[in-house]
Design a binder for this molecule. Structure first.
Ligand code: CU
Length: 476
């Protein structure tokens, strides 16, 4: 699995508090300065797709900066990361004006996997210039980036944030160099806003945000030295909280009694306030007997995932594609040209780009290890799109014995497995099954406004539908 693929398909987490750098030296009339604010963080020790685990730091380093009118903020994406940074009066106002996803207005038939609405992808998956709290602005069609302003691309000037009700959205800015290798990637925006308090945040990771304060020339602004000094401790705190949450969730839990009456719980990713942990937790479910159930929980509020059997099948759909009504059409892989035009709903004038609606209702019995069984894309609670944030499979007398391997279509490295044995009375290995552990997830602490998202994928895929471009991301 390449980092490039990760980038395309990753999402992240949340940041609420504004514990940024402390005030700095006073300068009466300072020349305009540029402050570099980190977006995500490179943490190779915990970004290991080959071991089915990736921490996405859904955090800004730091979470608060104070500037003067005329200063520039350079949002520097960590190598391999994928976020969509925006400035707005508040994150909530930004989300209200430009949702990431919303129930399909063209097709009211339910998604097969969740039974809930099919989910369209919104404008905030792209660059928006001149936007506002009541919409409008120029929405680019650049699903794979780069942003339309503020990057090192030839001819680009910095973007400009005017304050008031202005909303400016970078669009996808993956942490890749021109050759597609992981590298820091800058997005610069001039702050031409009057004194006041504003928000910077990531659209695809609800709750990943920080506070931008614009002050009068006579007041002090944050210095780069302050940001740089505060960053290591902030990263360490984020990482340690995520490691603890991962450890706590990496334990098989079930309710029920004897084998054949159990419901096992699996987290399809979890989140802390500042990290999206893109991992199936636990990765392996103890042996299942007829009558047992596996309940998958979308426990990370700020990410998007699927549960899709079997792993690495060419028959699995892309996580985002075209809604044909009764079927779902994946966009072309990689940079391949479309083999056919996107399907259209009856009477529609444009393709309907949605999350994979899945092919298997929750509660369906597994048949055999090679059958395509797909939950479809499910958004965490932070996106404010309809759930439910869970889906399940069961084992019955007709389920073939064997190993059942599954993955997330958005984050290919997120993989897990179940083992099914035939017959009704099989004793699960006691060592692996600590009695009736309550299936409590670590509290992600964010409340309704903090969702972790596996948003990367969303963006990259979305793009495909609209613009025809796509990051070079192959499902393996
Ligand atoms: Cu995922």
């Amino acid at each position: 699995m390449s980092w490039q693929a990760i980038v395309v398909r990753v999402g992240a987490a949340v940041a609420f508090t504004t514990t940024g750098a402390a005030p700095a030296l006073a300068q009466q009339t300072s020349p305009p300065q540029t402050l570099v604010v980190g977006v995500d963080y490179a943490d190779q020790a915990n970004q290991q797709p080959d071991q089915q685990r990736v921490f996405e730091y859904t955090d800004f380093f730091t979470r608060a900066v104070t500037v003067h009118t005329g200063d520039t903020v350079n949002f520097r994406a960590a190598p391999g990361s994928f976020h969509i940074v925006a400035l707005a009066p508040t994150e909530a106002a930004g989300r209200a004006a430009y949702p990431v996803g919303f129930p399909d207005p063209l097709d009211k038939s339910p998604a097969t996997g969740t039974g809930g609405p099919k989910i369209d992808l919104g404008p905030s998956n792209f660059s928006i210039t001149g936007g506002s709290t009541h919409g409008g602005g120029t929405v680019a069609q650049n699903p794979n980036g780069p942003p339309v302003c503020g990057t090192a691309a030839p001819g680009q000037q910095p973007c400009v944030f005017k304050g008031g009700d202005d909303i400016e959205v970078a669009g996808p800015n993956p942490g890749l160099d021109a050759a597609g290798n992981p590298a820091p990637s800058d997005w610069k925006i001039v702050i031409n806003a009057p004194a006041g308090t504003y928000s910077y945040f990531c659209y695809i990771h609800p709750g990943m945000n920080g506070t931008l304060t614009v002050v009068a020339p006579s007041q002090t602004a944050t210095t780069q030295a302050q940001i740089d000094a505060a960053t290591p401790a902030q990263f360490a705190a984020d990482r340690d909280a995520a490691l603890a949450a991962e450890k706590a969730a990496n334990v098989p839990t079930f309710t029920g009694g004897a084998p054949g009456t159990r419901t096992y719980k699996v987290n399809v990713g979890i989140g802390t306030d500042k990290v999206a942990i893109d991992e199936m937790l636990p990765r392996q479910v103890p042996t299942l007997s007829p009558g047992d159930k596996v309940q998958y929980l979308w426990s990370d509020p700020h990410n998007v995932h699927t549960v899709s059997f079997p792993t690495d099948s060419q028959q699995l759909p892309a996580p985002f594609g075209f809604n044909c009504g009764t079927s779902f059409q994946s966009p072309p892989e990689g940079n391949a040209p479309p083999s056919a035009p996107p399907c259209m709903l009856p009477g529609a004038t444009r393709p309907d780009f949605i999350g994979d609606p899945g092919n298997t209702p929750s509660g369906t019995a597994l048949a055999n290890p090679t059958a395509i069984v797909d939950s479809g894309v499910i958004f965490g609670t932070g996106y404010n799109v309809p759930g439910p944030q869970q889906w399940s499979v069961v084992v019955n007398a007709s389920t073939k014995a064997g190993a059942y391997n599954y993955q997330c279509l958005v984050h290919d490295w997120m993989q897990g497995s179940l083992t099914v044995v035939a017959g009704a009375s099989v004793t699960a290995p006691p060592a692996q099954v600590p009695a009736q552990i309550p299936a409590q997830m670590p509290n992600t602490g964010g409340g309704g406004n903090t969702a972790l998202f596996g948003g990367l994928a969303l963006l990259g895929l979305l793009t495909i539908g609209v613009g025809g471009l796509r990051l070079a991301t192959q499902r393996r």
